[in-house]
Every structure is written in structure tokens, then in C-alpha cells.
Design a protein around this ligand. Sequence first.
Ligand SMILES: Nc1ncnc2c1ncn2[C@@H]1O[C@H](COP(=O)(O)OP(=O)(O)OP(=O)(O)O)[C@@H](O)[C@H]1O
Length: 242
Amino acid sequence: MAQLEIRDLTVDFGGFRAVDGLNLNVEKGELLCLLGPNGAGKSTTLDLICGKTQPTSGKVVFDGATITNLPEFKRARHGVGRKFQIPSVFKRLTVRENLELARSQRPGVWANITRILAKPSEALEKIMETVGLTDQRHVLAENLSHGQTQWLEIAMLLSQDCKLLLMDEPTAGMTASETQRTAAILEKLHGERTIVVVEHDMQFVRKVARRITVLHQGSVLAEGSIKDIESNPEVRSAYLGH
Ligand SMILES: Nc1ncnc2c1ncn2[C@@H]1O[C@H](COP(=O)(O)OP(=O)(O)OP(=O)(O)O)[C@@H](O)[C@H]1O
């Protein structure tokens, strides 16, 4: 059974159907890229998974639990984490303090017990290493570069023990080398966490994506490997261009 199942998901915004009978399955540890032209419904799909937007109809199942109509904070308890384009880090705290705070916000009794039993410093060190911020641990978030700030936000989701990471254009505004490092971070997380990432940067997508779903007008236009997608005539005409 897939870890994330989306069935016939639909949302109407005052008569405009932004997501239209969408079906998606994402396996545990899989990294799925969502592609599609502007307005295809990619960000709205992430909103529907994390609970920022409630659907008009359809179903979202995560880890066997139906989360379709749960508020955002309850989905977070199930392990659903969303990274937005504008990061929500605490600027006046250091990298390490941001991660400690994120860790302390892990919901539930069990999370608190494991937090006490597990060696927190070891877990945080590993996370800082994964995102390449070990040397910046004592740097205030306000002094980080754009790329480092984005990686800190990814690290905060990891500290919260997110099982599913939803990322909306994580490389937006990044330099080429920051984009490459972001791809390397996602490569490291692949298999460990389930990731759904919306991206337009095709070089990045080629690097990280194992499976791609192309959305068009709120539903799935095509699915497959990067090779399948790039050679699909319908995708070329709707999105990639000839
Ligand atoms: N809250 C809302 N109210 C009304 N319309 C909305 C709302 N949110 C999104 N839309 C519309 O739904 C459509 C899908 O938007 P969405 O942001 O999901 O597209 P997208 O595929 O992420 O596009 P982009 O690549 O430009 O970010 C757009 O036409 C958008 O204007």
C-alpha cells in the first residue's frame, strides 16, 4: 500500500476547479516530482495534502489514516511537513537553536518520550550534517545566505521528524551551486523520508526525480521517468515546449 494516497481529489474556488479529480500514490521513501505549467494546480495539491486548503471532494490517506479534513496541525502530528517558498525560520536564533525549537515542537506523548530517550545532540548534529550547516551551527539565521536559510528550513522539518516532506520550488532564487547542493540534500533524504517536490528547474528535476507526475488543469496529464516525460508529445505541447 502506498504511504500517501490521493483519490479523486477536487477543489473549487468559487466555481473555478483548481484540482480536478486528482489521483496520486506515493510510496514510502519515494521522491516524487510534480511538474506542470503555471496554474496547473501543483501548489494547491500540496495545500490539500498539508491541510492549508480543504477539498471540495475526494480523499487523502496518509500512513493508512484518512486525513482529508483534518486541520493542518493534526496532519503535522501524522508526520506531514510543508516547506513554503518563504521560509519560516526564527531570524534572531542560531541554526542550532532553530533546530532545538523545531524538535521541541514535535507533537505527541511518544515524540516527547523518544526526545528524552534519544540523544538530542546526536540527532541534531546528524541533521546539520545532512543539510551542510554544521559549520554554521552558531550563526544567527538572519546572517545565513538564501540557500542556507532554505536548508535550515528543511532541517527544521527533519528535526520535527516529518515523514512526508512537501516542498514548493525549493530552489527558487538559488544560485547554480546552491541548487546543486539542494539536489544533493534531497538525494541523501531519498529512501529515508517520503518527498513530494514541485519544481520548474528541469536540471534539478533530472538530477533528483525518480518518478514524475505532470499536472495540467488540475489533473494528471502524464506519469513516468524523466525520459518518459521528456519524450511525451502531450507534455511537450502543454508544458515543456517543442
Ligand atoms: N485560494 C484561491 N482562490 C482562488 N483561486 C485560487 C486559489 N488558489 C489557487 N487558485 C487558482 O488555482 C489555480 C492553480 O493554482 P496553483 O498555485 O496550484 O498552480 P501551480 O501549478 O502551483 O502554478 P505555479 O507554477 O504558477 O505556481 C490558479 O489558476 C490559481 O490562480
